[in-house]
Design a protein around this ligand. Sequence first.
Ligand SMILES: NC(=O)c1ccc[n+]([C@@H]2O[C@H](COP(=O)([O-])OP(=O)(O)OC[C@H]3O[C@@H](n4cnc5c(N)ncnc54)[C@H](OP(=O)(O)O)[C@@H]3O)[C@@H](O)[C@H]2O)c1
Length: 226
Amino acid sequence: MNEVVSPQEMKRIEDKASEMGVAPVLLMENAGRSIADRILNRFTDLNDKSICIICGTGNNGGDGFVAGRHLAVYGAKVDVILLGPENAIKTAEARASWRQIRAMTRTISIYALNEENKVDNIREIIVDAEIVVDAILGTGVEGDLRPLAARAISLINSSSAYKISVDIPSGLDPLTGVVHTIAVEADVTVTFHKMKVGLEGRMKQTGEVVVSRIGIPMEAEMQDLD
Ligand SMILES: NC(=O)c1ccc[n+]([C@@H]2O[C@H](COP(=O)([O-])OP(=O)(O)OC[C@H]3O[C@@H](n4cnc5c(N)ncnc54)[C@H](OP(=O)(O)O)[C@@H]3O)[C@@H](O)[C@H]2O)c1
């Protein structure tokens, strides 16, 4: 079995895991929890720490919602910024995670952006945070970065926060490692199940790379089990 996989191979592995009964919602829970664990290991005491989690509308963003739920329970002051309206959230598992954090009205502040509510209106939340979680784009990125994502990435990079990227630094091509416009420059990237090929040799964007197993069975990689 390969130790390094492409985004397409990762998708096949996730689909196979789902066929085996390991539902995407379980993988999202484990992924988000592993992000929270990494932050806990680094900081130990999260009481009143300001953590800004910037999320896209795909499952990478869903991992960010789950991380926020866990981190708020440790007393962190959590802000979640969704780069889009909430009706743009793509998958059932991400929508479920979103509903959970929506209900955490005392411990999590939520900002869903649209044309009128631009990211620059809340730039201080990103720039002044002690910890920033980049959950904008993962293996599902396609084509040129859209302006909202590009602007959010620029604000993340201008922050002196400790930065953690979920699976892939947003803006980095997960297959080629090329940065077409701009990419997050993270202190650490927690990538799921296996190293992704585009992360190799891209320390400037990835920082330290940690591979976190999220409960995908190794059988999901074995072709002969079809
Ligand atoms: N499924 C699983 O089993 C599993 C397990 C563990 C973790 N994950 C997480 O899920 C991630 C993959 O989720 P995903 O397939 O939903 O993809 P994604 O990486 O979340 O990206 C897809 C989202 O990004 C938007 N997008 C795509 N290209 C863009 C661009 N160039 N500029 C701005 N926005 C863009 C898409 O919008 P449009 O649809 O409008 O184009 C969509 O909302 C992984 O990286 C990992 O973090 C998944």
